[in-house]
Every structure is written in C-alpha cells, then in structure tokens.
Design a protein around this ligand. Sequence first.
Ligand code: PDD
Length: 276
Amino acid sequence: DIGYINGRYIGLNELAVPIEERGHQFGDGIYEVIRVYNGKTFMLNEHLERLIKSGNAIKLQIEHSIDDFRKLIHDAIAKSGEKDCCVYLQITRGISARNHLFPNVPVSISLTVKQIVPLQKSIRVNGAAAILHEDERWSNCYIKSLNLLPNVLARQTAYEQGCFEAILVRNGMITEGTSSNVFMVKQGKLYTAPLSRHILAGITRMAVKKICKQVSVDFIKQSFSKEELLQADEVFITNTTSEIVPIVTVEGQTIGAGRPGEVTTKLYHKLQQFVA
Ligand code: PDD
C-alpha cells in the first residue's frame, strides 16, 4: 500500500497535509475510487471523465489533463506492486489560510493504492441486509464530493442495526445507497433511478447497463418507491469496491425468496467475466 501527495510518494501513515488545507478544513474537494483487476484499471476513462465533471461542478481550477491523471494512476499502481487493489484519488482546493472564499493556490492532488479487502464470503453467498433511511443530502449528489457526512451517519445507523447498507429515500422514492447505486428486479426486468442531481452516476451502474444488453435483460431507468422496493423480486446494490451485492432483507422484510436472485447472480457472474 502506498500514498502520494503533490508530487511525492509517501507511506500511508506519514504526515503530509498541513492543518490549513481545504479538504481538511472544508471538505472542499472531490474524489474517485477506481478498481484494479490483475494490474489493469477498470473503466478508468469513465472514472476520469466523472472526476473532471465533479471538478468543473465545484469550479476547481485543475491544470492537469486526463492523460496526466492516467499516467499518475498507472505509475502509482506500478510503484505499489499491487495487482488487485483500489486507487483512491482526491483533489482539493489546496493549501491556504482558512477563508471561505476560493484561494489562489494550486489544487492538492493525493492518492492511495491499497490492496482490496474482499467482501465477506457470507454476504456474497447469502446476500446482505439493508435499512431505509431518509436521504438528507444536498441537491448535487451527482458530484463526487468529499462532503460525506450524511452518508457516513446513515451508513453507521445501518451498521448499528446489523445492516450492510442504508438505502436512501427522498420524497418516498429510492435514490441510491450511502456509497452505492440501488437496483430492483421485477418480473425479470431491472429498474434503477434515472441519472439526476440526486444520485451519483455510478461506473458499476454503467457496467451493469452494458451487461444487461449482452444478456438481454431490460435495463429500465425509472424511479421506484420504497413500497415498490419492498415488493421487488430481487434487490442489489453496486459500487466499485463491492461490485454487485445482493440485498435480501430491507427494514427486516424479506425481499423475494430471501436469497440472491437469478438475475442478480447472472449479472454478478457476467461482471466477473467482464473484468477478467
Ligand atoms: N462510492 N453512489 C454513491 C453515493 C457512491 O459513493 C458510490 C461509490 C456509488 C457507486 O459508484 P461507482 O460504481 O462508480 O463506485 C454510488 C465509492 C466506492 C466510495 O465512496 O468509496
């Protein structure tokens, strides 16, 4: 595992960020989490495009090009010697005396490359539990912002109730998870919320969309309510680190047959081939 900040490689526990840094003091920055399978980055271009989109949305003045980031990431992976790992890349508005106004300083770029922590086997095999939680976040959730307090609080609430994820509900409709996109299967068709300001455009979501085409499963971008979720045949969540995780109970209520469903399992296996 290694770290990198503003041009130098460091150990993960090395002190590197001054107190007066925008990410540290304001959460004034953005990030990406990118999966590496057998030394190869997964959908890196899509991640970098989303990174730039997030940067533009918060008016970061990034001098680096997509190619610069691609090189930085590949160099760091090579340097780490890891094969199956995750890259965490963060850009903040830089180092400057605390003041809400934008400083006129270069952005800070940091990253870590860390070995993957595999998902608990029992969750893979039997599925996981989720709670429903009010979506208390702001209206710009398409930005992959460092400000994750509502996500952290909801996720901790789920954990304290013995659950893996909190599925967020805004005006009665499912948006996404605290760090995942949410899907339901009903009569063989797959449903997920359409892209909007209220969800992050997940890269794994994008991969699932492609896979659905290959296996002839309808991928329907349509919002659904928490009642519809509870009545679903199957539910799963997706993200870069956990890929596809079957959800078999929500708020203590059993979903479908109470075990990972047929469509979920098929998509998961197809995704494994996709990344191989
Ligand atoms: N989170 N929605 C939210 C709010 C997320 O934080 C994430 C990912 C996703 C899924 O996006 P992707 O498929 O591109 O990973 C959806 C990352 C993994 C994290 O914060 O660690």
